[in-house]
Design a protein around this ligand. Structure first.
Ligand code: NAD
Length: 499
């Protein structure tokens, strides 16, 4: 029995005409086709947007407290169904179940943040700015907004967006990754069970055609995108050309700088966890270790020792540390960097192709690898590999290490490992990256701070969730009001000034 995933439009599964195209959903651990997903054309996208547009006026008028109450109910339902959601993610993405549950937990933090929307939408009020005149500010929803999300966090990344957007009074159309679409549909069902009116949250599946239909639809006011840099750039350019508000988060190459005074066991543990968790398919994964002399040799030895012990196997096995990659094409592309790295002069210190695998033969397996003595000119350094490959760059000094990081075209996350508070302070000040960890390898901000990178890791000027997320999904209005004792000073064609 294979599953069939279709769109979620106006509070129910889509029952319109048969799909023009479908995609395959794989179980990456077995390599088997697990089901199909319908691909939307502009007709289904239009139906979803129309349903969201029709739901907007009533949802916008629903009191703020009632909107927040739906989010509170949704929070309870997601908590209750965490294991089920983690199972869906594990089955289609391949990541281990505990990691999938962690992604749901991080998404829940944003739901909890959105429950505080009555506080977050408070404006300012200034009494008597002129005699008998008050001034105040309010923020109002935009209308229909869209989210386009990547395969690597099929629950968390949508939850970065829709809880804030809909609690602020918008209606939403989500286009999740076609590779692992089930979690988004389950979230839609849980929203409906929480009392969200039909049409406020819709899901359309598909690939480029569906995305282009969203980008050109005149009813869509804003687009949040998370995915690879070339697509993020395209979304930003095409969306803003259509007059839409766009935030487009792109790819990454995250460096971890290790100073010689650091606790090298702590640094090695952190590097292995942050590089190989979720098989490296995380936008905040550490993919480059920058070891400042003389830390390099000892650090690489400690990393090798640790990865030899990692158990690669099916994500649903409780003792697996690392699952498969998402598709066979992606696995092959990631593995190709091991050959190109060596051809360009790197040293293959650990070869994931020979790592023992505890899982079915047809799975999209690749064990953890380390490329040492990588230089910034090599393609394994330049490209986002997005897999279980750690590149080690050797640097002679802090200054040289910082220069490497700042020259990268990506600026998503970074970390420094040191016991020197002054060095850490200097690094956080000088590094040109959006999210920085000090002895913390994956510094994903909490929901009440905003998440976003610099340079080619983000197009647009607003990060997701936190107060920047609230700002992105609302627009400001300033009101100047005179009620009491209106002064009838007669006609005055001069520009109003305070008195
Ligand atoms: P992707 O760019 O291939 O796909 C992202 C979304 O865009 C999907 O919904 C996909 O269907 C759609 N899409 C793909 N190609 C398209 C095209 N040509 N035109 C229009 N839409 C298109 O990314 P992915 O492989 O699903 O996810 C991995 C990437 O996402 C990595 O680069 C990773 O760094 C990045 N990512 C970034 C962040 C962040 O916060 N910066 C978070 C998670 C993932």
């Amino acid at each position: 029995m294979t599953k069939h995933i279709t769109h979620w439009i106006n509070g129910k599964p889509w029952t319109g005409p048969a799909p023009a195209a479908q995609g395959r959903i794989y179980n990456p651990a077995s390599g088997q086709v697990a089901g199909t997903v319908d691909f939307a054309t502009s007709a289904e996208v239009d139906a979803a947007v129309k349903s969201a547009a029709a739901a907007f006026p009533a949802w916008r008028e629903t009191s703020l407290v009632r909107r927040a109450a739906v989010m509170f109910a949704f929070r309870e339902l997601v908590r209750e169904h965490t294991a089920e959601l983690a199972g869906l993610i594990c089955a289609e993405h391949g990541k281990v179940t505990s990691d999938a549950a962690g992604e749901v937990a991080r998404g829940l933090e944003v739901v909890e943040f959105a429950c505080g929307m009555p506080h977050l939408l408070k404006g300012g009020f200034s009494e008597n700015v002129s005699t008998g005149v008050d001034a105040y500010s309010i923020r109002q929803p935009l209308g229909v907004v869209a989210g386009i999300t990547p395969f690597n966090f099929p629950a968390m990344v949508p939850m970065w967006m829709f809880p804030i957007a809909i609690t602020a009074g918008n209606t939403f159309v989500l286009k999740p990754s076609e590779k692992d679409p089930s979690a988004s549909v389950r979230l839609a069902e849980l929203l409906a069970a929480a009392g969200l009116p039909d049409g406020v949250f819709n899901v359309v599946h598909g690939a480029r055609e569906a995305v282009d239909a969203l980008l050109t639809h005149q009813e869509i006011r804003a687009v949040s995108f998370v995915g690879s840099t070339p697509v993020a750039r395209h979304i930003y350019q095409a969306g803003t050309a259509q007059g839409k508000r766009v935030q487009a988060l792109g790819g990454a190459k995250n460096h971890m700088l290790v100073l010689p005074d650091a606790d090298l066991d702590l640094a090695a543990d952190a590097a292995v966890s942050a590089c190989f968790g979720s098989a490296g398919e995380r936008c905040m994964a550490i993919s480059v270790l920058v070891a400042v002399d003389p830390a390099g040799d000892e650090l690489v030895a400690k990393v090798k020792e640790r990865i030899a012990r990692l158990k690669v196997g099916s994500g649903d096995q409780p003792d697996s540390d690392m699952g498969p990659l998402v598709t066979s094409e992606h696995r092959d592309k990631v593995a190709s960097y091991l050959d190109s790295g060596v051809a360009e002069g790197a040293v293959l210190a650990a070869d994931g192709r020979t790592h023992q695998v505890h899982g079915p033969e047809g799975g999209f397996w690749l064990g953890p690898s380390v490329l040492d003595h990588v230089t910034p000119q090599m393609s394994c350094y330049q490209d986002e590999i997005f897999g279980p490959v750690l590149s080690v760059v050797r640097a002679a000094s802090y200054e040289q290490a910082l220069a490497v990081i700042n020259a990268s075209r990506y600026g998503n996350g970074t970390a420094i490992f040191t016991n020197d508070g002054g060095a850490a302070r200097r690094f956080t000040h000088e590094v040109e990256v959006g999210m920085v960890g000090v002895n913390v390898p994956i510094p994903v901000p909490m929901a009440f701070y905003s998440f976003g990178g610099w340079k080619s890791s983000l197009f647009g000027d607003t990060h997701v969730h936190g107060t920047e997320g609230v700002h992105f999904y609302t627009r400001g209005k300033a009101v100047t009001s005179r009620w009491l004792d209106p002064s009838h000073g007669g006609i005055n064609l001069g520009f109003p000034v305070n008195s």
